[in-house]
Design a protein around this ligand. Structure first.
Ligand SMILES: [Zn+2]
Ligand SMILES: [Zn+2]
Length: 414
């Protein structure tokens, strides 16, 4: 029996990889325009890193991590998200010593042991960005605008931006207490998950998908009404900067994030195109995370988006790559010329194909069609002798004569 891939881990086949590259290239373009540089960190980290950053009581750490003991008896974990590793690297390499301000982005696979279902995989991919060293709300607005610019760049205007503030260690405890008091009398109406969350992370009851919990938490106090003056000012400024740059957003006072380290600005890009309203990108400010990981007290903000979901949103668009030219030959006598032209044109940046197996002209042309080459040319004895050939534009059959010289052909293909 042939060996298959691990459940929940997907191959991205050639017909799909063009779509992925399109997404990745757009992200790189937009992020680098905003002054971000790529950081590549390991896929595997010490387990402790995620316990300390994401929080021991989170669903991710409790149930979903790929954790195992390696041959040296160390507990290691396949990263379930990107921020922790990036911040670990930021601290470890003392990037803050030269300049606390760093603008970093990453892309790559993440791993969570979840029940595989459509759009949820055990190996999934994220593109994320982080900014450290700035509390100024202007940077929050820039990060949000950058995320929206990315979706605009790939031709999607649908995911809409929702924002909220989760306060800070000064004002959140008061809010948490007010929320717990509100929930106290409604505990029996909450789902089992939320009953458990009530003591560890009561805020999570607000974004529970269960209808009973949505009903039971109707009228619950909102964090936004409990922000301290500093957090309130910060949130107002974020909104002002977004307004100033004409960005569209809505405020979702029930948005909380699953990870414990978020403070102040939190946000999601939400779409209804993938079934129920769901987030394709999410993030927020994490002013306490770097010190929590043993670094200096430096603020940060960032987001991650799910590449599988973005790929789905792009729908039926065709991302396959087409050859610029297919060179066919009448017989073996023209193959040397065809191969030289192929090599030369490829070196000059064109995507060129030819037949490898001495097939009939008919079968070569079938292949040119199948590959959807933009142009084709047939080289026979006559073409070889005169040094000229007719180049057929495949979409409308129009023929253009040109010399069998790379210079002329490059111009014709342009
Ligand atoms: Zn506050
Ligand atoms: Zn619930």
């Amino acid at each position: 029996m042939a060996i298959t891939a691990i459940k929940g881990c997907n191959d991205i086949l050639p017909e799909e990889s063009g779509r992925w590259q399109y997404i990745e290239q757009a992200a790189r373009r937009i992020f680098e325009r905003n002054g971000f540089s790529e950081i590549r960190v390991p896929i595997m980290e010490k387990t402790e890193l995620f316990c300390r950053s994401i929080g021991d009581t989170s669903d991710i750490v409790e149930k979903e991590m790929y954790t195992f003991t390696d041959k040296g008896d160390n507990s290691v974990t396949l990263r379930p998200e990107g921020t922790a590793g990036v911040m670990r690297a930021y601290i470890e390499h003392k990037m803050h010593a030269q300049d606390p301000l760093a603008k970093l982005y990453y892309l790559g696979p993440m791993f969570r042991y979840e029940r595989p279902q459509k759009g949820r995989y055990r190996q999934f991919h994220q593109i994320g960005a982080e900014v450290t060293g700035v509390t100024d709300p202007l940077v929050d607005a820039q990060v949000l605008n950058m995320l929206c610019a990315f979706f605009h760049e790939i031709g999607l205007d649908e995911p809409t931006l929702q924002i909220n503030s989760l306060g800070c260690p000064d004002c959140r405890p008061t809010y948490r207490a007010a929320l717990m008091e509100f929930l106290q009398g409604r505990l029996d109406r909450l789902c089992d998950d939320c009953k458990r969350r009530f003591t560890v992370n009561p805020l999570r009851t607000l974004d529970c998908k269960s209808a009973g919990c949505a009903e039971a938490t109707k009228g619950a106090p909102a964090m936004l009404e409990h922000l301290c003056t500093a957090c309130d000012d910060h949130f107002s400024s974020v909104k002002r900067y977004l307004d100033l740059t004409g960005s569209r957003y809505s405020i979702n006072p029930r948005m909380v994030r699953g990870l414990d380290y978020y403070t102040r600005t939190t946000f999601e890009l939400v779409t209804g195109l993938l079934g129920a309203q769901s987030a394709v990108a999410a993030g927020g400010r994490y002013d306490g995370l770097i010190s929590q990981l043993g670094g200096p007290s430096i603020p940060g903000i960032g987001f991650a988006m799910g590449v599988e979901r973005v790929a789905l949103l792009l729908g039926e668009r065709d991302f396959s790559r087409r050859p610029d030219l297919f060179i066919a030959t009448m017989g073996a006598g023209q193959r040397d010329k065809a191969f030289c032209l192929l090599t030369e044109l490829q070196n000059r940046g064109n995507r060129v194909e030819m037949d490898y197996e001495g097939k009939s002209l008919k079968s070569q042309m079938r292949r040119a069609d199948k590959l959807r080459a933009r142009f084709s040319v047939v080289i026979g004895e006559n073409e070889l002798a005169t040094g000229r050939a007719s180049f057929k534009r495949m979409e409308d059959g129009v023929q253009n004569e040109a010399a069998l010289e790379a210079d002329d052909i490059v111009t014709l293909l342009a």
